[in-house]
Design a protein around this ligand. Structure first.
Ligand code: BES
Ligand code: MN
Ligand code: ZN
Length: 498
């Protein structure tokens, strides 16, 4: 369940709530809400600033319980950092920390005044939306595979009201929709691969379509794909007893003849590397190798929930990459759906092998006006950009600019890498039209270049989310990226044609 959000004008000192949230900058600079609360509470915040208990450092949280003169039961003071350097990213960070602090309190509801602070270049709708998304992000818990617990007696945060006027209402509605999409993606990606296999993803997609009149779902199984010639995709799945599925979701929110937008997401439900087996340590992280699929499905969920006036298709090749007596092998030559032949030089470069057939199928079947794929495609992208930015590749400068802008707006940022034809020769093969790896240089780009060969004539962009789809570590969870970026981009497209 996502958090419940609401909006309203707030007099922070008179509001009757279990907790009111206000911000304080470094050096004791108060926001207007903090100043009002402080005055009503006879200087209770100021005294803690003077004592050094409240530093104003970005993201710090201090709870004042039952301060006299204030109606709220508690005041949560959040540090905002320096005022001069306060920016969008800081705003998002402090919004997440505020929500985390609220989550540790024994309360069900709170009111936040952080949405009133000035964020350079952003309006009230943006502030409310960003705060709401941050709160829901912080509130998410993964529970699916723990022993069911008794419902704890401790109340849990369920609702947050944000200070703001009705011009921020669209921001709140978008947040609710995008939060649902992000949760959908996170939950799917967090599930272990013995549950979340290709058939499971297909069943989830069907269930979503059944619950929504505007959505239909079609799933191709390996027998149908065999007939159609998905030689590259099927080769990857051959080593697994969990047979591949191609999941196709269609949303019709636009006019009958409008060409759809199309998303394709890499859905490797577990990537062992196949015969080119990965090393043991860290292999468990490869359950997240369907993060692209989760991301495009989450963006699809958000678009449906926002009832965007456009047509959208979402295609997920769902496949497990396993070593087996029947696995595909290095030096195999595959015939892809497009007819291009591919020499397999490494069975661990499997993402591009399922994506190429899915992209060909999507282009042929739907003639989309734009085609975007998202994939946890290369370790090289993580080396290049780390865990903060997704890699963006496109030959279309205008499309790339739109996607970069959507990433900035949502702080789900991407960074562009070139797709120049100069790199293409790295994929030359002596035995097929193309090789599936391009050597050690520019691994993220050569993966993009491989896909480019299958998307000629399409208005296409590729997002490598290998670094951004999940947080590292034993307890690292799926992030739900790039749902915010893709949902924002769709929103922008819908607004453009209005
Ligand atoms: N799923 C991996 C990419 C990956 C690795 C994502 C680490 C996130 C973290 C992909 O299928 C893969 O194995 N790629 C290879 C390609 C290589 C064989 C050309 C890689 O990046 O090492
Ligand atoms: Mn791999
Ligand atoms: Zn992979």
């Amino acid at each position: 369940m996502t958090l419940q959000f609401s909006l309203g004008p707030v007099a922070p000192e008179t509001i009757d709530t279990p907790c009111v949230v206000v911000g304080v900058y470094e050096n004791g600079m108060f926001t207007s809400a903090a100043a009002r609360v402080d005055t009503a509470a006879h200087g209770a915040i100021k005294r803690q600033v003077e004592s050094g208990d409240i530093s104003g450092k970005a993201g710090t949280a201090t709870v004042l319980f039952g301060p006299e003169g204030v109606v709220a039961k508690r005041v949560l003071v959040i540090g905002l950092g320096g005022q001069k350097s306060f920016d969008s990213a800081r705003y998002q960070k402090v919004s997440i920390e505020a929500a985390r602090a609220l989550g540790r309190l024994p309360i069900e509801a709170a009111v936040s005044c952080l949405t009133e602070v000035d964020v350079p270049g952003r309006d009230a709708a943006w502030r409310v939306r960003t705060a709401a998304l941050a709160a829901d992000y912080a509130a998410y818990r993964y529970t699916a595979t723990f022993k069911p617990r008794e419902k704890s007696a401790q109340p849990e945060l369920a609702a947050i009201a944000f200070a703001g006027s009705s011009d921020a209402t669209p921001g709140l509605e978008q947040a609710a929709a995008i939060a649902e999409g992000v949760r959908y993606a996170r939950e799917l990606a967090n599930l272990p691969p013995n549950i979340c296999n290709p058939a499971y993803i297909a069943d989830q997609a069907k269930a979503f379509a059944d619950a929504h009149d505007t959505v239909s779902c079609n799933v191709l199984d390996h027998v149908e794909m065999e007939k159609l010639g998905f030689g590259s995709l099927l080769a990857v799945g051959r080593g697994s007893v969990n047979k591949p599925k191609l999941v196709v979701l269609e949303y019709k929110g636009g006019h009958e003849g409008d060409k759809p937008y199309a998303f394709v997401g890499k859905g490797i439900t577990f990537d062992t590397g196949g015969i080119s087996l990965k090393p043991g340590p860290g292999m468990e992280e490869m359950k997240f190798d369907m993060g692209g699929a989760a991301g495009v499905l989450g963006a699809f969920v958000a678009a449906v929930r926002m009832e965007l006036a456009l047509n959208l298709v979402c295609v997920v090749p769902a496949v497990e990459n396993m070593p087996d007596g029947d696995s595909y092998r290095p030096s195999d030559v595959l015939t892809s759906l497009s007819g291009l032949t591919i020499e397999v030089l490494n069975t661990d470069a499997e993402g591009r092998l399922i994506l190429c057939d899915a992209l060909t199928y999507t282009a042929q079947t739907f003639q989309p006006q734009v085609l975007i794929d998202a994939a946890t495609l290369t370790g090289a992208c993580v080396i290049a950009l780390g865990k903060h930015a997704s890699g963006l590749m496109s030959k279309h400068d205008d499309l790339a600019a739109e996607l970069l802008a959507a990433g900035e707006t949502t702080l789900d940022r991407a960074w562009r890498m070139p797709l120049w034809d100069d790199y293409q020769s790295q994929l030359d093969s002596g035995f097929a039209d193309v090789a599936n790896i391009g050597g050690k240089n520019a691994g993220a780009i050569t993966a993009g270049c491989f896909l480019a060969r299958f998307t000629e004539g399409q208005r296409w962009a590729h997002l490598d989310i290998a670094g951004t789809a999940w947080d590292e570590g034993r307890k690292g969870l799926a992030t739900g990226r790039p749902v915010p970026l893709l949902a924002q981009w769709l929103l922008d497209q819908a607004n453009k044609s209005k």
